[in-house]
Design a protein. Structure first.
Length: 158
């Protein structure tokens, strides 16, 4: 797998955060793509983390942080449990659909300083913090996917 470098981008702060988040999302998707479902379900670390679980987990994280906490929507959170009917193409499609919804909400907010409408525990957070948090969590899990894929078949690169 060829190594892909992060985009060089000269946009405003919001667009820069969204571009870097998109890059990390696609890094994770590239790691899961090209694997069959058996391999994508395989946990090669004691925590049970698998490529398929990472896709489902980040879909849930984006829904939780942006739809529910930031936008205050009464959105159902996607299940992150990997079941027998889960497959890589469906998990990728769900992740991309959630990402598009999240990006639309982030772009339509009045500013990055807009506060979360529903946050269970203080301190209050704003959109800037939420996007930065999703960026760091996605990058962290894309790194996990790097290691899992390398253990699986020797494939390296973002």
């Amino acid at each position: 797998m060829a190594d892909t470098k992060p985009p060089r981008f000269e946009g405003d702060e919001r667009e820069t955060l969204l571009e870097l988040l998109a890059f990390q999302r696609e890094s994770l998707i590239r790691k899961a793509s090209g694997t069959d479902d058996r391999h994508a379900r395989r946990a090669l670390v004691p925590s049970g983390t698998s490529l398929l679980w990472l896709l489902k987990h980040l879909t849930r994280a984006e829904a939780n942080w942006v739809l529910r906490r930031f936008a205050g929507l009464d959105a159902e959170l996607p299940d992150e449990t990997v079941g027998p009917d889960d497959h890589v193409p469906g998990a990728v499609d769900a992740y991309r659909a959630m990402s598009a919804r999240v990006d639309d909400i982030a772009r339509s907010a009045p500013s990055l300083a807009a506060p979360c409408r529903a946050l269970e525990d203080p301190p209050p957070a704003n959109l800037r913090w939420v996007l930065a948090h999703l960026l760091e969590e996605t990058a962290r899990h894309a790194g996990h996917a790097d290691i899992i894929r390398e253990l699986m078949d020797g494939s390296t690169g973002r």
